[in-house]
Each structure stands twice: as structure tokens, then as C-alpha cells.
Design a protein around this ligand. Structure first.
Ligand SMILES: N[C@@H](CCC(=O)N[C@@H](CS)C(=O)NCC(=O)O)C(=O)O
Length: 155
């Protein structure tokens, strides 16, 4: 039983060469999303604002019913992650399991992960055209994953 998980993990890595990089990128992206969530909290606390009465009482903050524009910006960055990263995680895993070309997977995984990290910074810091450019790179990577999956499952 103790050997089961290490054995299964090394079998996965051996059987699916893109799996290791996929797992690493998935972890980075999920941690990044948590980071954006935490930055929402940090921004609200910097502004001393709270959306819930119990938080306002606990942290001695001003109770508000609408978000401050700075907080809204971070929330939009987080929402965009939620619109995109889950789809990447699903497509990436399917592409690995379908046996897509390793070089193609490596390019997509590294470019996507780097693009989404820069995207978050660019959104929060209001940096254009970086936000649109990195969004475009991420979308291209997802499109390439779709094409690789379709080629593999139809061939
Ligand atoms: N839900 C997105 C769909 C399109 C999209 O994700 N566009 C990128 C590149 S311009 C973006 O950063 N949108 C801003 C956002 O999602 O808040 C939107 O409303 O804009």
C-alpha cells in the first residue's frame, strides 16, 4: 500500500512524458490563482474596507456595499483566471493522456503558465498592451492544445 502512490506516479511520468511538466504548471497556476485571491484581501484591508458586517467589526474597517475600483480590478483579474485556467487544466490533461507530441505540450504548458502569470500582474498593475498580449498567448496555447487533441483522437 505504501508503495502504491509513488509507483503510480512514476508509472504516469513514464507512460505520459508530458505529465511531469503538466503537473508542475498546474500547481504554479493554482498557487497563482490563490495569490490573486489573497491580493483581493490585501487590497481591501489596505483600503480598510469590508463587505461583511462581521469583517468590518473584527478588523475595524468601513462597511461598504459596493467594491472600491482597486478591489474590483483584482476581482476582474481573478474572474478572468476562473474563465480560462480550469479549461487549460482540462485540455492539458487530455492532451497528455491522448499522447500529443511532447515538444508541442512543452511549448504550450510553459508559454501558457508564463503568460497567465504576467497577465495577472499586467491586469492588477493596469499594464496594456501586456494584458491583452498575454491573454492572446494563453488563448493561442489553448487553441493549439485543442488542435493536438483532435489530431490525436482522429488519427
Ligand atoms: N470575460 C472577458 C472575455 C474576453 C477576455 O477575457 N478578454 C481579455 C483580453 S482583452 C481580458 O483581459 N478581459 C478583461 C476581463 O476579463 O476583465 C471580458 O469580459 O473581457
Amino acid at each position: 500500500m505504501n508503495d502504491f502512490f509513488p509507483q503510480m506516479t512514476s508509472n504516469l511520468v513514464l507512460a505520459f512524458p508530458g505529465f511531469r511538466l503538466y503537473a508542475l504548471c498546474a500547481v504554479i497556476l493554482v498557487i497563482k490563482m490563490f495569490g490573486v485571491g489573497l491580493y483581493t484581501v490585501r487590497t481591501r484591508s489596505r483600503l480598510k474596507l469590508a463587505m461583511n458586517p462581521e469583517d468590518a467589526a473584527r478588523f475595524n474597517a468601513q462597511l461598504v456595499t459596493t467594491e472600491h475600483p482597486d478591489v474590483e480590478r483584482v476581482l476582474r483579474a481573478h474572474r478572468n483566471d476562473l474563465e480560462n485556467i480550469p479549461a487549460f487544466l482540462i485540455l492539458g490533461l487530455i492532451a497528455v493522456l491522448a499522447g500529443a507530441p511532447v515538444l508541442g505540450l512543452q511549448i504550450c504548458f510553459i508559454a501558457y503558465t508564463a503568460a497567465r502569470v504576467v497577465y495577472s500582474v499586467a491586469y492588477i498593475k493596469a499594464m496594456q498592451p501586456w494584458r491583452s498580449m498575454t491573454f492572446g498567448i494563453g488563448t493561442l496555447c489553448m487553441f493549439a492544445l485543442c488542435v493536438m487533441i483532435i489530431i490525436r483522437i482522429l488519427s
